[in-house]
Ligand binder design. Structure first.
Ligand SMILES: [Zn+2]
Length: 233
C-alpha cells in the first residue's frame, strides 16, 4: 500500500500461516494482546517492507492519511496528540497502567497511540506494509470513538466498530486516491486480521475480546466496501 505523496512501496508476497498462536496475552492488556506472527515470512527482499526506515515512513504516512481522513469527516477534528513507539514493558503507561510488550493501543488518558516498535516491525516484515495502515487505522478509530463519546457495553463491540472504521478509512482513502492498493495488499490485510483475531475459545463477552478472525474481517470488509455507513457511528 502506498500513500501519496509518500514514496512508492513495491509489492509484497508476505505470507503467514493461519492459526499461529494468537490472542490476548494478558488480562491487563488495554487493547488485547496481538502477538506478532511467529512463522517465517515468505517474502522477497524487494517488497519494500524490510527496513526500519521503511517501517517508520509507513507509520508516518498512515498517521498523516488518517488525520486527513478524519479531518474531512468530523467538524473541528483535533488530531491525536502523539504516536509513540516503545520497546520495553512499562516504558510507556496509560493513565498509570504500564503498557505491555507486543501490543498497540490508543490511550484515552493521554490522547496518544503507543505501539511496541519491535512487535510492529516484525508484523510489518512478516505480513507487509498494509498491516501498518490497518494497525494505525484501528488505533486511530479508538481515538475517534473517544472524541465522539462512544462507549459500548462490551469490548468486542468497541473493537469491531474500530475495525469497521479502519476499513472505511482505508477504503475511502483508496477511493479518494490517497492510498493506492498494490499487489499483495488485500492478502496482507486478510493476514493481518487473521493474526489479530481472538483464539477460538475466547468468549465474545470477555473483557479484552476483540472478535474472532472472521468477525474482524467481516467488520473491516464492511467499512472498506460501504464506508462509515456500515459502522453504526
Ligand atoms: Zn482495539
Amino acid at each position: 500500500m502506498r500513500a501519496r505523496p509518500a514514496f512508492l512501496l513495491a509489492l509484497t508476497a508476505a505470507l503467514i500461516a493461519a492459526g499461529c498462536a494468537l490472542g490476548p496475552d494478558s488480562d491487563s492488556d488495554p487493547d488485547g494482546g496481538v502477538p506478532a506472527p511467529t512463522e517465517t515470512a515468505v517474502s522477497a527482499d524487494t517488497d519494500g517492507t524490510d527496513t526500519p526506515e521503511e517501517f517508520e515512513a509507513d507509520i508516518r504516512a498512515a498517521q498523516e492519511v488518517a488525520e486527513d481522513y478524519w479531518t474531512s469527516k468530523i467538524n473541528g477534528f483535533q488530531p491525536i496528540r502523539q504516536v509513540v513507539p516503545y520497546e520495553r514493558e512499562g516504558e510507556v503507561d496509560c493513565g498509570g497502567e504500564p503498557l505491555p510488550r507486543n501490543n498497540a493501543v490508543y490511550c484515552p488518558a493521554g490522547d496518544f497511540i503507543a505501539y511496541d516498535v519491535n512487535w510492529s516491525f516484525d508484523a510489518f516484515r512478516q505480513i507487509g506494509d498494509a498491516f501498518v495502515f490497518y494497525l494505525l487505522g484501528h488505533e486511530y478509530a479508538h481515538g475517534i470513538q473517544a472524541r465522539l463519546g462512544i462507549q459500548k457495553e462490551f469490548t468486542i463491540e468497541q473493537e469491531l466498530q474500530a475495525d469497521c472504521m479502519a476499513g472505511a478509512f482505508i477504503g475511502d482513502q483508496e477511493r479518494a486516491g490517497r492510498l493506492v492498493m498494490q499487489k499483495g495488499d488485500t492478502e496482507e490485510l486478510a493476514d493481518g486480521l487473521e493474526a489479530v483475531g481472538d483464539d477460538p475459545g475466547q468468549p465474545w463477552f470477555a473483557e479484552g475480546s476483540h472478535g474472532k478472525p472472521e468477525e474482524r474481517t467481516r467488520a473491516f470488509a464492511g467499512g472498506y466496501r460501504d464506508s462509515l455507513d456500515s459502522c453504526g457511528l
